[in-house]
Ligand binder design. Structure first.
Ligand SMILES: [Fe+2]
Ligand SMILES: [Fe+2]
Length: 248
């Protein structure tokens, strides 16, 4: 779960000190589950919340951010907010969230294509393609040169795997876009290519998140704060369109 820098204007604060662990856990789970965008919730615990919140975060599929403040003898104040309300504060969190955003976009456009609505599928695909090319640009040309990692000749290391996956994914994307280049195709012409690309992307994101991101995260820790921040800021700018003229 991501760390949270949240304001202290809390909607409410619930005192769970003295509650047994199971009661506290189910109460916090319900509160977190019901949090809506723009909302926040705070509660008091009498034990350090680290492992409690980490396991809760996994149950909630990392949809919340939390921040704990030690109150001395009064225990701990824990503040929760929906993750979408909080700017990612690390490079890996930024990329992980962008994976989720791109996955959502792709699922929506696939739904439109499956329903035969090609006139809405086309602009959604164009938006998705731009987002994916920006994402690949960040990983290939912003992060890789700074966090260079050893590569093996067989190209089985995490970085080479990522670069090779990107080549294949961009090739499949261009193939798909080509089907829209001379007017709207029929749904049956494009959905097999979309399904293929969707499978390749899911595998790729899994490999990155489990194999490459932890290694990059370690390398990031060896940078100075200013270098780390510059990298994060540039990645955010690229995802926002700042280097679109240079996209693959
Ligand atoms: Fe990637
Ligand atoms: Fe990625």
């Amino acid at each position: 779960m991501e760390a949270l820098q949240c304001p202290t204007d809390l909607a409410h604060c619930i005192d769970l000190r003295g509650s047994d662990a199971l009661t506290a856990r189910s109460r916090v789970y319900r509160l977190a589950h019901e949090l809506s965008p723009g909302g926040s919730v705070a509660f008091l615990l009498d034990v350090a919340p680290g492992s409690f919140m980490e396991s809760l975060g996994q149950q909630l599929r990392h949809r919340i951010c939390w921040k704990a403040s030690a109150l001395g003898q009064d225990g701990w104040l824990v503040e929760l907010r929906p993750r979408e309300d909080v700017e990612p504060d690390t490079l890996m969190a930024l990329l992980g969230r962008d994976h989720e955003r791109l996955d959502r976009l792709f699922a929506e456009l696939l739904q439109e294509a499956n329903a035969g609505k090609m006139s809405t599928t086309a602009p959604m695909l164009a938006d998705y393609a731009l987002g994916l090319r920006r994402h690949v640009h960040v990983e290939n040309l912003v992060i890789t040169p700074v966090l260079d990692l050893p590569r093996d000749v067989a190209r089985r290391d995490p970085l080479s795997t990522m670069l090779d996956d990107h080549d294949r994914i961009l090739e499949e994307l261009h193939l798909l876009l080509g089907l829209f280049s001379e007017g709207l195709p029929e749904a049956w012409e494009v959905t097999p290519f979309m399904a293929m690309l969707s499978g390749a992307l899911a595998k790729h994101e899994g490999r990155e998140e489990q194999g490459l991101f932890p290694v990059w995260d370690m390398r990031l820790k060896s940078l100075q704060d200013a270098e780390r921040k510059a990298l994060l800021d540039r990645a955010k700018d690229v995802l926002g369109g700042a280097e679109d003229a240079a996209l693959a």
